[in-house]
Design a protein around this ligand. Structure first.
Ligand SMILES: [Cu+2]
Length: 125
């Protein structure tokens, strides 16, 4: 009986530790999704090449003194594409959370021919 009682206590402790671990894991997954910023000053994406992990968010900010646009080459992203480029007034912001790994090229719809190009490389977490 004594032994049974002890076993029971141990399994309660194990369950307690396990649920604590699961909670901590959930918290750490959230904590590790990072946010990045990309500027547009001087008709350039800064930085033009950014490496992030799946689940991270990138925010583009028009910190330039003229209008810009963003369009992605990959139509499978939930993001603006060539025919529907996202317009950026001065000071405008746009955030995109990357939910899959890959190399995602984008460009300014106005200054593409002036090499206003960027790429976000998304690595598996
Ligand atoms: Cu531009």
């Amino acid at each position: 009986m004594d032994l049974n009682g002890r076993d029971c206590d141990i399994s309660k402790k194990v369950i307690g530790v396990l649920s604590l671990c699961i909670s901590m894991l959930a918290i750490s997954i959230t904590a590790f999704s990072a946010e990045y910023k990309v500027g547009m000053e001087g008709w350039e994406f800064n930085p033009p090449k950014l490496t992030v992990k799946v689940g991270d968010t990138v925010t583009w900010i028009n910190d330039d003194d003229t209008k810009h646009k963003i369009a992605f080459e990959d139509k499978s992203l939930n993001a603006p594409v060539r025919k529907h480029a996202r317009k950026f007034a001065v000071g405008d912001k746009f955030s995109l959370k990357f939910t899959k790994a890959g190399e995602f090229k984008y460009f300014c719809g106005t200054h593409e021919s002036q090499d206003m190009l960027g790429v976000v490389i998304v690595e598996a977490r």
